[in-house]
Write a protein that binds this ligand. Structure first.
Ligand SMILES: [Fe+2]
Length: 364
């Protein structure tokens, strides 16, 4: 804070005595203060306060129409919470009671009339310096707040990226292209749109759905990559990928990870209650029901260790047949009416993946 900054302050002087006002102006101008507004009618304080936006108010107590206390009563509620706007009371009454009352009304300091030039200058300077320190502190706090928000966002993005990569690592173990998760995200987004969800919700499921099988990271290769049918014991282990996935993503404040946790836990539930946890109908979160359809359809149309890739028509038939048993009938209806878009998006993701692969090969 420089002396120039302090002298650039806007000072509002309120006193019904023209001689007092002139004297104050003269003292302050001699000290280099140039932005002074004087008011002799206290009823003008409020309108002038709003337009002039002073840094300091010099306020007489004994005035006609409105005394200094009434003016303070009007002003104090208009000073923003946490702001430091000093009111310096001018009073001929030097009793302790008058001073205490002025302070209790919100004054920060007082000057006794007749004015002592040096005292006026010092008190004005002190109050203005305090105001500027306060403003600097507020500014600093705001900048820190912004920094904290930025860091929190960066941490959240980094955390999410780690989980997305972990999901991909899990995916690569039983899908060499690593594109199944992305296709499930894209298909789920189409279904969410068809079900009337907002753009934000669609984006959320597009990013959360690819993490549905993140728990496969905890399943051994012998079970995950077994070409034949799993034994009942092996199947129990395989089923635990939903719990593991939910656990990995649990406890986050991020709406995206909260949704990813729900999807990981419930994407193997069946509408008729015969799924992993035995939830049925609307008791299964809708995002879990959406991903159930998207996941099965994409798995059917692509090759897996235990099965060949089915033609899209065959996969669509299986989805249609599962309506009301495996799948939510409403979601199946939306799925079938959006089938062209879904097949399109599958091809797009595949095309991107092939391009990525050929670029990588040609670069190696
Ligand atoms: Fe799964």
């Amino acid at each position: 804070m420089t002396p120039e900054m302090v002298r650039d302050a806007k000072i509002l002087a309120v006193d019904d005595e023209p001689a007092n006002v002139r004297l104050l102006e003269e003292i302050l101008k001699r000290e280099g203060y140039a932005r002074i507004k004087s008011i002799m009618d206290p009823r003008q304080v409020l309108p002038q306060f709003a337009t002039f936006q002073p840094d300091l108010i010099l306020l007489d107590l004994m005035m006609p129409h409105l005394d200094g206390f009434a003016v303070m009563r009007q002003l104090i509620p208009r000073i923003p919470t946490g702001a430091y706007l000093p009111i310096l009371v001018l009073t001929a009454d030097s009793t302790l009671a008058a001073k205490q009352q002025a302070l209790s009304f919100g004054a920060k300091d007082f000057l006794t009339k007749p004015f002592d030039r040096a005292e006026v200058v010092l008190r004005v300077k002190n109050l203005l310096e305090t105001r500027y320190l306060h403003l600097a502190l507020q500014d600093q706090n705001q900048k820190l707040d912004v920094k904290v928000q930025e860091r929190t966002r960066e941490l959240e993005v980094a955390r999410l990226e780690v989980l997305e990569r972990l999901a991909l690592a899990a995916e690569y173990r039983d899908d060499v292209t690593g594109q199944h998760t992305r296709r499930v995200g894209a298909i789920s987004a189409i279904l969410a749109r068809a079900l009337g969800h907002s753009d934000d919700e669609i984006e959320l499921i597009r990013r959360a759905a690819p993490m549905h099988d993140i728990g496969k990271i905890g399943i051994s290769d012998a079970i995950l990559l077994k070409p034949g049918k799993l034994t009942p014991e092996e199947f129990e282990v395989m089923k635990s990928h939903t719990m593991i996935g939910a656990k990995i993503q649990s406890g986050s404040v991020s709406p995206l990870l909260q949704m990813a946790e729900v999807i990981a836990l419930t994407h193997h539930e069946k509408w008729d209650g015969t799924g992993y946890l035995g939830l049925s109908g609307d008791a299964i979160p809708q995002e879990g029901r959406i991903v159930a359809v998207a996941d099965v359809f994409d798995a059917l149309t692509n090759i897996r260790p235990y099965k060949p890739a089915f033609a899209p028509e065959e996969a669509l038939r299986i989805i249609r047949d599962g309506s009301g048993a495996h799948f939510d009938p409403e979601i199946v209806a939306r799925f079938l009416s959006s089938a062209d878009d879904i097949l399109d998006v599958q091809r797009q993701v595949q095309h991107l993946s092939d391009r990525h692969l050929s670029l990588n090969l040609s670069g190696s």
